[in-house]
Design a protein around this ligand. Sequence first.
Ligand code: 13P
Length: 249
Amino acid sequence: MRRKIAAGNWKMNLSFSEARDLCSEINNVKIPNGVEVIMAVPSPYLYVLNAIARNKSVSIAAQNLHSKDSGAFTGETSHNMLSSIGINYVLVGHSERRQYNKESNAELKAKVDIALANGLSVIFCCGEPLSIRKKKTQDAYVAKQLKESLFHLSAEQLASVIVAYEPIWAIGTGVTASPIQAQQMHKSIRGLVSKNYTSKVAAQLPILYGGSVKPANAQDLFSRADVDGGLVGGASLDAASFTAIIKSF
Ligand code: 13P
């Protein structure tokens, strides 16, 4: 049985008091058996929210880390800063960071490597822009992202990775990939992992869908064979919406 995961990505939202209240509410939700909840929160809140999230099914994640151990990188966060405050998960490769911070597949590979080498699990984001979807070359586009940032890993290292497929045209737009489109891509990703590793490794890899996941569409998405949960932006900022999503497995 693969892990079932409801992950929230708060991005650059919420004051501290709003964040604390949201974290407490989610911490108190009765999480369905076998479901893991992860919330990727703004870096100034990591330490305190990690102390609030005592529910064993709830983890706090960072939204980013630097590809170097330490040094003169003003404003950045290192793997050690995260692990030394008890954080176990980090997002790598979100499309917003690829776009606004010009993070390349090579740089993301370095981030994946330093995270895994230091005991952090990675939620690795991939996904195509609308122009690629229109040309129907999305499978090759995502395959290149995975090949250049992930497929150098050993099978053992890959076991600490969760993949999140987030088509850029579906992020924050209200346009969700249809459950059929999501399933097609997830199956394609699992097929690639099977080809580059083994079918057993592929069968164990959690693949989340992200892009306008809401209470109204979560159940249909999560019921697809290769969709193991969601990475939720906007709808994770509201306790009632995110709770409904957590309960849609
Ligand atoms: P939305 O759910 O707001 O579309 O954001 C998705 C996302 O980018 C999660 O990382």
